[in-house]
Design a protein around this ligand. Structure first.
Ligand code: NAP
Length: 256
């Protein structure tokens, strides 16, 4: 049974490890190709877009894919929508490897925004000139903030942003998760951060900044998730996804 994993997340990598050890499956791992130095997945990997829904359909048919796992990031809404449309058109099962969103707890000072533009608006309406902002929304999102000129942006991303942002004051923190609490605490202190802007990605790898922000009384502007197209099932850990695939395989074999 050939499985396509739509990846780009640590969860997807963990699932790739599990599938490699499951002899009843062959699997391909797919990356959008955004990062220059992607972490190597255990499985045969393809890179780059499929060319929209029709391109994905063609790829799935040509490679005799029997099931698709959407393990993309919670903000990768377009890829998830394309996966749903292509799988529906071909009658293929689709499972979403989901991630629970973060929820504010006691001592958190979170402001919720529906979009990156709303987060930028919030900085303008409620922030102060000279504010020092950790911008952890990803290198491709910086243009949403580039009309704000009287703040300092500490931009954290995997690769240096191209083109460079047009902020009047900014610094680059080139790094990728998982991040540890001690390091996040140190970063926020050293950079004298008073506000964090981030996406509600969920998961453990990027959560430590929120715990450090709570300790240090730092405001978090939390960009909430877009709606994601529903799959046949949504599961939250790789053994459950593997189990779901095994059930599908058993059903397919019994109907032959
Ligand atoms: P997106 O807006 O949903 O997707 C845009 C286009 O990129 C898709 O239509 C597709 O092109 C291509 N694409 C996306 N994921 C792909 C995959 N796994 N394999 C092959 N093509 C893919 O996605 P995005 O927000 O740009 O994110 C791109 C990738 O980075 C995703 O795989 C995601 O898991 C990962 N990522 C995203 C974020 C985030 O905040 N968005 C954070 C961390 C990691 P075609 O239409 O040509 O097929």
């Amino acid at each position: 049974m050939h499985v396509l994993i739509l990846g780009g997340t640590r969860d997807a990598m963990n699932l790739a490890d599990l599938l490699l050890a499951a002899p009843q499956f062959t699997a391909t791992y797919s990356l959008a190709g955004r990062t220059r130095r992607p972490l190597p997945a255990a499985l045969p990997t393809r890179r780059g877009g499929f060319g929209g829904v029709s391109g994905l359909q063609q790829w799935l048919s040509a490679h005799h894919v029997a099931a698709v796992v959407d393990a993309t990031h919670p903000f990768a809404a377009q890829m998830s929508a394309h996966a749903l449309q292509a799988c529906r058109a071909l009658g293929l099962p689709l499972v979403r490897f989901g991630r629970e969103p973060w929820v504010a707890g006691d001592g958190d000072n979170w402001q919720h925004c529906a979009s990156l533009s709303a987060a930028a608006q919030r900085l303008i309406s409620h922030g102060q000139p000279g504010q020092r902002i950790l911008l952890a929304t990803g290198g491709s999102t910086l243009h949403h903030f580039d009309h704000i000129h009287d703040r300092h942006f500490a931009v954290r991303c995997v690769d240096p942003p191209q083109p460079p942002p047009r902020f009047s004051s900014w610094s680059l923190i080139e790094d990728r998760g998982p991040f540890q609490l001690d390091d996040e605490r140190r970063l926020l202190r050293e950079q004298r951060i008073d506000t964090i802007v981030c996406k509600n990605s969920g998961g453990k790898a990027a959560q430590a900044k929120l715990l450090a922000a709570r300790e240090l009384g730092i405001e978090v502007i939390m960009v909430e998730r877009p709606d994601i197209a529903p799959a046949d099932a949504e599961l939250f850990d790789s053994p459950s996804v593997l189990q779901w695939l095994q059930t599908r395989l058993a059903t397919a074999l019994s109907s032959q």
